[in-house]
Design a binder for this molecule. Structure first.
Ligand SMILES: [Cu+2]
Length: 480
């Protein structure tokens, strides 16, 4: 039997007793099909590539531009691009030396709070876990120093990048490991734009599972008018196994994850995405979790899927959705107009992924009659209380249940109506308001206009609409 003390096990076994982008930039040699040495080579026999800008769209962008592309001047945030918003996190600062954007990524242990109640010793970057984004612009030269403050070797891979092979960051394959205490220098020119990622590529199961993942946003150098948005959010999805009461993620877990995070946080600690009515919004999802793909669902709006980690999707090929599947190793951009004020749920639609601290080795208690059971067991377990027999909708119970140290409630948080929001994990809220004082200031719960909230139907309502509860039979297929 597993020695995990899952939340579910706590409930079911009555342990209530336990106290516990790719537009090629103008450049000499562009499109001449050169190798990295700059020497023109013979094309494949029978293949006669068109030159330069006469190339069709797809072919032009396929390789992300020539390997030996000359870098272009660095661009400052707010000047050439609108910075992304990283809820619960931030972008890595940079300096510019001789036209090169220089970043310093520090891999280190982080005492990370997933929530006010749950913390664990994770591995991350510059004091953050899952919530560091690097942001740059197509054509820029970037130099990224990676200092390894872990006790073990590592390596950093630039996921989805067109770059020289020796910069690809696969430990042992394209470079020696970054040993404990060492600082390694990566340097390349950004020959593309898009929502890319970075992560450890050494002992991946352990190091990515401990938190060594991040987003890498590359803005286009010459954005089209469609690229402009009012709000541009970066959300990294991951999953963890942190058995209740333990202090470190268990990276050996393959399927049974109990902590599901957006930018390293579980709801209700996920910061809401604040928008004004009428904003054009982009959300960039990345998934570098261990095993699970996540269908991310937005309420009250539909959106277009506008980019994959491969590339921007041409306008004519973008497709409408309300749920976008973000598989492990993928990024997806979605865009929509916030045309309806309110507090709109944004969450993974796998229902087990919006529960905190779920274990899955617990007997199914739904429908079990508890009469007499508690009394029989109380002599043995004085505070015994059967739970789970009406499902996992515990409401306020979540607040009074005794928990082992270092754990979190299985469900979300009290909502604006006093009832519990029955979701945790991969759940956040897009808060759309007609007026906002600031994009950085949570406006609180949405104040619904009178008469616009689903409330208990009155007798007058029922009578008017011909619903006589005395005549309503069950199982009759509907009585109208
Ligand atoms: Cu999911």
């Amino acid at each position: 039997m597993s020695n995990k003390l899952s939340r579910r096990k706590i409930l079911g076994l009555g342990v209530a007793t336990i106290a516990g982008a790719a537009g090629l930039w103008p450049e000499e040699g562009h499109g001449t099909n050169r190798g990295s040495s700059g020497t023109a080579y013979e094309p494949f026999k029978g293949y006669n590539p068109p030159k330069s800008d006469s190339r069709p769209y797809w072919e032009k962008s396929y390789s992300g531009g020539p390997v030996n592309a000359t870098s272009l001047p660095p661009v400052l945030p707010g000047r050439g691009y609108k910075p992304v918003v990283v809820p619960n996190g931030g972008t890595l600062p940079f300096k510019i030396f001789d036209g090169v954007k220089v970043f310093h990524l520090i891999a280190e242990e982080v005492d990370h709070h997933f929530d006010s109640g749950l913390r664990a010793k994770c591995w991350g970057f510059n004091g953050r876990v899952n919530s560091t984004a690097i942001e740059a612009v197509e054509g820029e030269r970037v130099r990224i120093y990676v200092t390894n403050r872990l006790a073990v070797a590592t390596s950093i891979h630039w996921h989805g990048f067109n770059l020289p092979n020796g910069m690809d960051g696969v430990g042992g394959l394209t470079q020696p490991y970054i040993k404990a205490g060492e600082t390694v220098k990566y340097e390349f020119t950004l020959r593309q734009y898009g929502t890319q990622m970075f992560h450890s590529h050494h002992d991946e199961m352990t190091q990515m599972g401990m938190g060594m993942i991040g987003m890498f946003i590359i803005h286009p150098r010459n954005p089209t008018p469609e690229y402009h948005v009012d709000r541009d959010f970066s959300l990294m999805i991951s999953e963890w196994s942190i058995p209740a009461g333990t202090a470190r993620p268990n990276t050996l877990e393959m399927t049974d994850f109990n902590v599901l995070t957006i930018n390293g946080k579980v709801f209700p600690s996920t910061a809401p995405l604040l928008c004004k009515t009428g904003d054009k919004v982009r959300i960039r999802f990345g998934n570098l979790g261990a095993t699970d793909h996540h269908p991310m669902h937005l309420h009250g709006h539909h959106f277009r899927v506008t980019a994959t980690d491969g590339e921007e999707i041409p306008l004519s090929a973008q497709w409408p959705e309300t749920t976008v599947l973000v598989a492990v190793g993928q990024s997806r951009n979605i865009e929509f107009i916030t045309d309806a004020p309110g507090d709109w749920a944004l969450h993974c639609h796998m229902t087990h992924h919006v529960m905190n601290q779920m274990g899955h080795d617990f007997p199914n208690m739904v429908g079990i009659k508890r009469e007499g059971l508690d009394e029989k067991l109380r002599p043995l377990l004085p505070a015994y209380m059967t739970m789970g027999n009406t499902g996992m909708d515990m409401g306020k119970m979540a607040e009074v249940m005794p928990y082992p140290p270092n754990t979190i409630a299985m469900k979300g948080a009290p909502g604006p109506f006093g009832d519990y929001i029955s979701m945790g994990g991969l759940f956040t809220i897009v808060k759309v308001r007609d007026r906002l004082n600031s994009y950085d200031q949570d406006p609180g719960w949405y104040q619904h206009p009178p008469g616009t909230v689903a409330m208990k139907a009155s007798d007058a309502d029922l009578a008017r609409d011909g619903i006589d509860m005395k005549k309503v039979n069950t199982g009759d297929g509907g009585h109208f």
